[in-house]
Write a protein that binds this ligand. Structure first.
Ligand SMILES: Cc1cc2nc3c(=O)[nH]c(=O)nc-3n(C[C@H](O)[C@H](O)[C@H](O)COP(=O)(O)OP(=O)(O)OC[C@H]3O[C@@H](n4cnc5c(N)ncnc54)[C@H](O)[C@@H]3O)c2cc1C
Length: 260
């Protein structure tokens, strides 16, 4: 029984800087970490493995340095790790990323349940999980904060704005995990030692059954026209008057700004 967790290495910062000349993220001098949502996805998979048996396999697509976050996952308790790394994967948007991940997961079949984080803190699209499920032809449940697996079935509670949904699906399936689901465990010293000794499987495009036109830049229909910081402007106004005058002014101003 295999539990797959897709993890992404992201810059360890809440302040994303953009190179105004190239429109790329500035990554120099910024440490990298496992996407925080993926830590929760991994914790969920480890708990299910401990209850039901099987093995947890972590998969990432990225440059060779992405091996660091795979080692962190091994230190937390994952059983094996696969790095998808090939210059041909560069420039992938979410469609090409999910296509490549799907090809790797097909090679790892049979799988029980695939876990993704709900979103990555850098790209932030929350598209890779659902797209991956579509490539694999599997049911998916997004934004899961609680789940139970029984035999060939999963019941999950997924978050919504002011309510929640209970959703059932047959396995194999894919879930994307919310940060409210659990508290990820910390790696133990023993886990770190084991992680450093565990070999990491590296697959390039040649190891996967893929169409070269669907990977990397060639397989990425997204075109970024421009990236810019939103302008934060403060135009404070101090108004005086009684409650009726002030509320009339507020309604008029909001209507003029087309906010009502
Ligand atoms: C035209 C274009 C070119 C790009 N070129 C590059 C580039 O050269 N290098 C680069 O790093 N980024 C590049 N990107 C960004 C890249 O598309 C995204 O990093 C990637 O597709 C994931 O999207 P996201 O960050 O929104 O993830 P989300 O969809 O928000 O992530 C959700 C979950 O999907 C899983 N996941 C996401 N990405 C991966 C991954 N790589 N491996 C395993 N699991 C994953 C994780 O579980 C994650 O929590 C490019 C984007 C565009 C539009």
């Amino acid at each position: 029984m295999r539990w797959i967790v897709c993890i992404k290495q992201v810059p360890d910062t809440t302040e994303i800087r953009i190179d105004s000349r190239t429109n790329n993220l500035v990554r120099e001098g910024i440490a990298s970490i496992m996407n925080p949502y993926d830590c929760h996805a991994l914790e969920a998979a480890l708990q299910l493995r401990d209850q039901h048996g099987g093995q947890v396999t972590v998969v990432t697509m990225g440059p060779s340095q992405a091996e660091e976050c795979l080692r962190d996952a091994l230190a937390m308790g994952a059983d094996e790790a696969v790095l998808l790394s090939d210059p041909a994967f560069r420039g992938a948007d979410t469609l090409a990323t999910s296509y490549t991940l799907a090809a790797a997961i097909r090679r790892l079949a049979p799988v029980q349940l695939i876990f993704c984080g709900k979103q990555a803190i850098d790209g932030d699209t929350a598209q890779v999980g659902p797209e991956l499920a579509e490539w694999l032809g599997l049911p998916h449940i997004a934004g899961v904060e609680y789940l139970v697996v029984k035999a060939n079935n999963i019941t999950a509670r997924r978050e919504a704005e002011s309510e929640y949904y209970l959703v059932e699906a047959n396995l194999p399936a894919l879930v994307t995990i919310s940060r409210t689901m659990n508290e990820p465990r910390l790696p133990s010293v023993w886990g770190r030692l084991r992680a450093n000794r565990t070999p990491i499987t590296v697959w390039t495009g040649e190891d996967l059954d893929i169409d070269p036109n669907r990977i990397g830049l060639a397989g990425s229909p997204t075109r970024v026209k421009r990236i810019f910081y939103p302008q934060h402007q403060r135009q404070t106004q101090i108004r005086q008057g009684n409650a009726e005058q002030l509320s009339n002014w507020l309604v008029k101003t909001l209507a003029e700004e087309r906010l009502l």
